[in-house]
Design a binder for this molecule. Structure first.
Ligand code: ADP
Ligand code: MG
Length: 563
């Protein structure tokens, strides 16, 4: 019907393929991970399409097949997923439409040969099949587009690709890799099994393997049905009992859903039954992703409804200050056809968000109590994000404040390792408030003239020097009934703490009255007041702000933001 049309790859696609072939060579087996993950995505999409529309003859026998053909030196990955029509073929396999792949390309250029690193961070995608193939053929039939009876996409990966009509009986996609001469190891059964086991064991669909060999060719054709062997577990990990899942399985699953090359720091797996029914599997990563501070970075959990994959990056289940958490939620109560719009304002989601938030805070607290070393590592990576908590989540403010780490004068180190609990425990009995200073750097904070008298009188002060600190302290008002007090603001508690001899002070004050008046005249309305202070030991003077006024640090912040 339709004749063959040749298209040329976009130049960035060509570039990507060249770079990928050269720089990922030592990890070439990841092409299989990528093709299996695409097959599994395609099946998820069809499953979802089937339930959200009224299709008849629904197939629920989803599977991914891998055919090793040693006669023709080729490997075929077959799925019965959603398939593609012509437009989709051109869009998906002719350009780099995915932002993930774009980022990958950027980093590939920058970091060049640190490939291990890169593979961890990105799904490298379909084009990785050209690392091992001299030619790739994609035969596909769309489940949605009834006009599409079958199409064959083919390319040798060097500049262009072609698409032609070719009838296909079954819905789905089969991808055939004609292997390069030196890549014959991918025709070995053990190699495929190992690779699937390493990267794709937790794919939720059966992965079946069959090998066609020369000698037995005729016979095998007849026995085909019996020869497909299942090589993965094919059960959604989170549906199993906790006791039946090993740490290694949890870790593998984490890597599978995040593409992180590091193990997670800690995780929490919960099955809740009763009024609300859901399963959550939440992980705290070890290392912050490179784009954590990027506004449009991906965040959120994978959402499943009754075991069916609905979407990635569902943000509504996590507060912003816990956006570093990865994992999934599988709810029995949400409708299957839920959309991102509905997610915005749904009472089931809101109540799930609440329980998940509590669960994560508890998980962090357990880590703090049981393994402070680990917790400090966590804090180094994500502490600054958790500090957004008191402002964002007033309900859990107290719990969050127990998770905050600080440094202080007595700590004698830049490292934030002190809990508010520890600070309060070490307060002398006449100290009423928790004192803190904010500055642009640790050095500026620890050397602040405001601290002189505190140091002399051995009153500890929290030293805050991260950008978020000033903001956080606006919301952190008290801890264990002790108020927080900035040492750069005038305050009665300080006078109480440091004035020793009322008589002596009043004579001093008398003596300096006219001096103070002179200074006031000189400074005029540049200042609100000039006072004698007992807070300094080495410096002659210090600038303070009023109790209720914006702190100098905050004022600087606004100034630099142009306000
Ligand atoms: P990603 O999986 O990150 O989207 P890939 O390069 O792996 O990027 O794949 C690009 C796109 O090609 C996919 O998003 C999908 O739309 C399409 N695709 C790839 N493989 C299949 C498949 N087996 N079935 C249906 N669509 C596929
Ligand atoms: Mg992919």
């Amino acid at each position: 019907k339709q004749k063959k049309t040749t298209y040329s790859f976009k130049s960035e696609t060509k570039e990507l393929m060249q770079l990928m072939i050269h720089s990922l060579y030592s990890n070439k087996e990841i092409f299989l991970r990528e093709l299996i993950s695409n097959a599994s995505d395609a099946i998820d999409k069809l499953r979802y399409f089937n339930i959200s529309s009224s299709v008849e003859n629904k197939n629920d026998q989803f599977e991914i097949k891998i055919l090793i053909d040693t006669i023709n030196n080729q490997l075929t990955i077959i799925d019965n997923g959603i398939g593609m029509n012509e437009k989709e073929l051109i869009e998906n396999l002719g350009t780099i439409a995915k932002s993930g792949t774009k980022n990958f390309l950027k980093s590939l250029k920058k970091e060049k040969l640190k490939e291990n690193n890169l593979i961890g961070k990105f799904g490298v995608g379909f084009y990785s099949s050209f690392i091992v193939s001299k030619k790739v053929l994609v035969h596909t039939k769309s489940a949605i587009d009834s006009n599409s009876e079958g199409l064959l996409w083919e390319s040798s990966g060097s500049g262009d690709y072609s698409i032609k009509y070719l009838k296909k009986e079954t819905i789905g996609t089969s991808i055939t890799l004609q292997l390069k001469e030196k890549e014959k190891e991918f025709l070995e059964e053990w190699k495929i099994k190992n690779t699937v086991n390493k990267y794709s064991d937790h794919i939720n669909v059966p992965i079946l393997l069959k090998i066609v060999k020369k000698e037995k060719k005729e016979k095998e054709k007849k026995e085909e049905k019996n020869i497909w062997k299942k090589i993965n577990q094919a059960q959604a990990l989170w549906t199993k009992q906790q006791s039946q899942i090993s740490d290694l399985e949890y870790i593998k699953f984490y890597k599978h859903i995040t593409n992180d090359s590091q193990d997670p720091l800690i995780w929490s797996h919960n099955k809740v039954e009763g009024e609300k029914e859901y399963i959550s599997l939440l992980y705290i990563p070890k290392i912050a992703p490179w784009d954590l501070w990027n506004r449009d970075n991906k965040k959120g959990l994978k959402l499943y409804v009754k075991r069916i994959f609905i979407m990635d990056d569902a943000e509504q289940f996590l507060p912003n200050y816990l956006r570093f958490v990865r994992g999934l939620i599988d709810s029995n109560d949400l409708p299957l056809n839920i959309s991102r719009e509905i997610l915005q304002d749904n009472h089931i989601i809101n109540s799930l968000k609440k329980v998940i938030t509590k669960r994560i805070l508890k998980l962090l607290n357990n880590m703090l109590v049981n393994n402070k070393e680990n917790y400090i590592e966590f804090w180094k990576q994500f502490g600054a994000i958790l500090k957004e908590g008191p402002a964002e989540d007033p309900i859990n403010k107290e719990t969050i404040s127990k998770l905050l780490l600080f440094t202080s004068i007595n700590n004698k180190s830049k490292e934030q390792t002190i809990l508010l609990k520890d600070y309060v425990k070490n307060m002398p009995s006449h100290q009423e408030k928790i004192y803190f200073v904010t500055a642009e750097s640790y050095e500026a904070a620890v050397n602040s003239p405001l601290l002189e008298v505190f140091k002399e009188k051995s009153i500890d002060v929290l030293l805050l020097s991260e950008r978020i600190d000033e903001w956080m302290m606006n919301y952190l008002t008290e801890f264990e009934n002790k108020k927080f007090q900035s040492v750069s603001k005038s305050d009665d508690s300080l006078n109480k703490l440091f004035s020793e001899n009322k008589n002596k002070e009043s004579t001093i004050e008398k003596k300096f009255t006219s001096f103070i008046e002179d200074i006031k005249k000189i400074l005029g309305n540049k200042v609100e007041d000039v006072r004698i202070t007992y807070r300094l030991t080495n410096s002659p003077s210090v600038l303070l702000t009023n109790e209720n006024a914006m702190s100098t640090q905050m004022a600087k912040l606004f100034l630099s933001a142009g306000q």
